[in-house]
Every structure is written in C-alpha cells, then in structure tokens.
Write a protein that binds this ligand. Structure first.
Ligand code: PGA
Length: 314
C-alpha cells in the first residue's frame, strides 16, 4: 500500500487526486505495473478508463457522497416526530449530502421541523404542470414547500404501480426543467440478473433518462437491484461495484466524461448499519438510497457516516 500512496498520494477532500509526478521512468513504470496488478485484482469489470485508480478507498467520481432515506409508505405522526427528533440530534459527517423522503402527507411538516442540514425529497411527482389530476402531486407544489428532490423510477413504482420508462422519463424531464433534483432509480429483477441481463436492463433504463433530461447537473443515479430491495439480501460490495463501474462507463460513452465523473451513483437495496461501511469502500459507490434502515434515526446516521470508511491514511 505504501507504493500506492507514494504514487498517488493526495486526497482532495475525500478524493484521491493525481498530481504531476516527479518520479523517474523506471519508478513510474514499476508503480504503474503494481497498480495495474492491483486493479485487475480489485475490479470485476475490465476497464482502462482512469489511469490514477487502484485503491479501494478512493472515490472514482468527483461528486459529494450522497445518502437518501426513502421512508416509503411508512410512519405515523408520532413515529415521524420521533424520527425527525433523532435525526436532528444525530451527529452527521459534513462531507455528505443527506436527504430524506417522507410520505407526501408529512412532507411539509418534516421539512419545517427538520434541521437545515437535511434536505427533503418527494417519492414521486406528476409529469407536468399541476391541474385536474386527481391524487397527483405537482412539482410546483413540491417547490412551494421547499422540497429539493424527487425519487423517480423506483422499482416499486415500475413493478408494482406499472410505470414505464417513457412515463418516468417525462416526470424526470419536467422535474429537472423546473429545478428539482432527481434521484433516478434503475435496477434489474432477479430473473434478469440470472439471465445475464443486468447491464442491458440498467442501460435501457438509463437511456430512457438520458434521452429526455435537459442536463445531468441535478441527477443522482440510484442503482437498486430489485432482488435486494426490502429483502435483507444485500448485493455484495463486488456485485454493486461491478454495476456502478458499468453505469459510469455508460455515462462516459453516451453522455460525457464530465458527467460520468461528477454524477453520483448510489447503491440501494437492504443497506443497513452493518453492511454500509464495506459497500462505501467501493470506489464507484458514491452513497446510498436506504429504505427500511432509514426509519431508525441512529442507524441512518451510521449509514450517512459510512463516508468515513472512504477516508484512509494516504
Ligand atoms: P431497502 O429499500 O433499504 O428497504 O431495501 C431501498 C429502497 O427501496 O430504496
């Protein structure tokens, strides 16, 4: 490990950056071949994208760690008051964007009672301007109460409610055009993984976003394998990393190198206080989208603070 820190020694915040190196050619090629060896051990997806990588603790992207809590259709006035109070008193690392997504009926109250340190997100939004759409919530209304984000494309909306790529794309485009940030969810079903279609499914869902969004400035991608959501069956760090690398490569090839670098790619699916640190160490995992474990304030704080597992002595 000493060789790595000599070769690529600086963290920029949480990030490892590549300064101009003052090594002679033979030192450099020795270090490079060691890095190449290490990379081949660590990386499941073959990629020669980034020359200065190689430590599992580095962040591949340049975006800030992001942790979202998706409360789904859970909670009561009492339980949510307690959760907000636990979150307000939690000690959270500063290097993390923290967002929670309460059910709509509590969103305004949570926004008003939650510390400014934590932003709120909606769990859905309408495809266009509000009006005669019974049961829907408009982007304008979300902005009116100070909501900054919306989760779109979640597997429960895709597979339980029946939303398709095109419908989700419309919602994303409208929300982004109106200035909301979008947590854009993608992920494969178990049978799709078993049929070797994980990348195909994720790329198709990504393309549906890419085809319509005005810009990637305000998008966080959440990779959430459907078989891992709410099942207690978390993806291994390697399984998650493999897809995150592929997603970043897809962005690089199909959008731009800059977008690939700055877009946060977060993992979701049975993340909890015990497995978050190992997942967070993966260099393409830029944070988490958390369901069940986000309903417990102290455990959610542990997940937010797993960013520290990316910080190791250089
Ligand atoms: P889970 O849900 O953490 O309960 O698996 C994650 C999600 O659906 O975002």
């Amino acid at each position: 490990m000493a060789t790595i820190s000599t070769y690529c020694p600086q963290f920029n915040g949480l990030r490892r950056s590549c300064p101009n190196l003052h090594t002679n050619n033979s030192q450099q090629s020795q270090s490079q071949s060691f890095l190449q060896h290490l990379n081949s051990q660590l990386r499941l997806a073959s990629s020669s994208r980034r020359p200065c990588r190689g430590a599992v603790t580095a962040m591949a992207g340049s975006g800030k760690f992001f942790v979202g809590g998706n409360w789904k259709c859970n909670g009561t006035k009492d339980s949510i008051t307690k959760l907000v109070s636990d979150l307000n008193s939690a000690k959270l690392e500063t290097d993390v964007d923290v967002v929670v997504a309460p059910p709509f009926v509590y969103l305004d109250k949570v926004k008003a009672s939650l510390t400014d340190r934590i932003e709120v997100s909606a769990q859905n939004s309408w495809i266009g301007k509000g009006g005669a759409f019974t049961g829907e919530i408009s982007v304008e209304q979300l902005k009116d109460i100070g909501c900054k984000w919306v989760i779109l494309g979640h597997s429960e909306r895709r597979h339980v409610i029946g939303e398709d790529d095109q419908f989700i794309g419309k919602k994303a485009a409208y929300a982004l055009n109106e200035g909301l940030g979008v947590i854009a969810c993608i992920g494969e079903l178990l049978e799709e993984r078993e049929a070797g279609k994980t990348f195909d499914v994720c790329f198709k869902q990504l393309k549906a976003f890419a085809d319509v969004v005005p810009s990637w400035d305000n998008i966080v991608i959440a990779y959430e394998p459907v078989w891992a959501i709410g099942t207690g069956k978390v993806a291994t760090p390697q399984q998650a990393q493999e897809v995150h690398v592929a997603v970043r490569d897809w962005l690089k090839k199909n959008v731009s190198e800059e977008v690939a670098s700055k877009t946060r790619i977060i993992y979701g699916g049975s993340v909890n206080g015990s497995n978050c640190a190992e997942l967070a160490k993966q260099e393409d995992i830029d944070g988490f989208l958390v369901g069940g474990a986000s309903l417990k304030g102290p455990e959610f704080a542990t997940i937010v603070n797993s960013v520290t597992s990316k910080k190791v002595a250089a």
